[in-house]
Design a protein around this ligand. Structure first.
Ligand SMILES: NC(=O)c1ccc[n+]([C@@H]2O[C@H](COP(=O)([O-])OP(=O)(O)OC[C@H]3O[C@@H](n4cnc5c(N)ncnc54)[C@H](OP(=O)(O)O)[C@@H]3O)[C@@H](O)[C@H]2O)c1
Length: 318
């Protein structure tokens, strides 16, 4: 009982301290200009990480490539939810109908504060990429963040049996497409003060760090993304342009369906007995990286589900 009373008194004391204009006195309160009198400021709403991130992203224009499915689609929605008051999203992919559907879903969820522009864009086609920025409406031209997410894997063939078409599509999309997009957007960043500002967020993969058999071409493309990203960060060291790489481990999206040329049962077998990451898990990391204070660069991350410890080390429950 006594301890309850003591606790109640302490709470009362703390409450009295938090009333506007109150002071904490360490010695004689009667002395004027007492140097040990600390002002306690009126209670003000505490800034949380979420509210700070929303503020930092406010007013930005963000491009997401490969936004029609998986990680890219989740990223578009995560940006919209995190900063719903004033944001512009340019969503690109080849499937324009899917992008329009996502734009409608975002509008329904967060309202008119987020303006979404769906753009049909094949990153493996240099003409599409070259025409991208000039074709944007004026209000979407001042891009602040580029999420280079479009990418794919085709097949599990091993040399010398890899289809030349598959080699080309993987390199043209994952490497040349990402580099061309970066070159298209960087001049916008470089025009800004302090040597330029803006974010380039490249989606690599555990495959770029640890090549595995049956994935030689895909792994080579993601290793190329990693080298390009690291070199770019060094080249832009005198600017405020942040070069960020996020490397997911196993994520369940349309990725494996594309790898097996549309064979859903083969794709499902990849995740049998596992609990893979979701697109939303990676989207949270992407938005977190973009939402840091400008002087903070999340240069490199590797994200696994808890059952995965490397490209080949997985715990399967069954
Ligand atoms: N899932 C994983 O386990 C995993 C792991 C590590 C890294 N990643 C990487 O994460 C990124 C996203 O993949 P995801 O898992 O979300 O797979 P996903 O669901 O298949 O999404 C891939 C996206 O890329 C787009 N895309 C493919 N080729 C394109 C092209 N030529 N031009 C423009 N867009 C293109 C697709 O859109 P359209 O088909 O509409 O063009 C789609 O929106 C990729 O870079 C992938 O390598 C995935």
């Amino acid at each position: 009982m006594n301890s309850v009373r003591t606790w109640t008194r302490s709470i009362g004391f703390l409450r009295s301290l938090s009333s506007p204009g109150s002071t904490i006195l360490f010695s004689s309160a009667k002395q004027p200009n007492n140097p040990f009198t600390l002002p306690v400021h009126p209670a003000s709403p505490r800034r949380t990480m979420t509210s700070a991130m929303a503020k930092r992203l406010e007013g930005k224009t963000i491009v997401v490539t490969g936004a029609s499915s998986g990680i890219g689609k989740s990223t578009a929605k995560e940006f919209a939810r995190t900063s719903p008051k004033n944001l512009k999203l340019i969503l690109t992919a080849r499937r324009i109908d899917a992008l329009k559907q996502i734009a409608a879903e975002i509008k329904e969820e967060v309202g008119d504060g987020v303006k979404v522009l769906p753009v049909k864009l094949d990153v493996s086609n240099p003409a599409d990429v070259n025409g991208f920025v000039p074709s944007l409406p004026e209000e979407f031209k001042e891009i602040d963040v580029l999420v280079n997410n479009a990418g794919l894997v085709k097949g599990v063939a091993q040399a010398p049996g890899i289809e030349p078409e598959d080699i080309n599509v993987m390199f043209n999309t994952n490497v040349t497409g990402l580099i061309n997009m970066t070159q298209a957007i960087l001049p916008i960043f470089k025009k800004r003060d302090e040597g330029g500002r803006g974010d380039i967020i490249n989606i690599g993969s555990i495959a770029g760090r640890e090549p595995y058999s049956g994935g030689s071409i895909y792994c080579a493309t993601k290793a190329a993304v990693r080298s390009f990203t690291d070199a770019l960060r060094k080249e832009l060291i005198a600017s405020r342009i942040r070069i960020i790489e996020i490397d997911p481990g196993q994520v369940e999206t349309e990725f494996s369906v594309v790898r097996f040329y549309g064979d859903k049962s083969k794709a499902d077998a990849v995740y049998k007995g596992c609990e893979p990451l979701t697109g939303d898990d990676i989207a949270e990391v992407i938005v977190f990286a973009a939402g840091r204070r400008e002087n903070v660069v999340i240069a490199d991350t590797l994200v696994f589900p808890s059952h995965q410890a490397s490209a080949g080390v997985m715990h399967r429950k069954s």
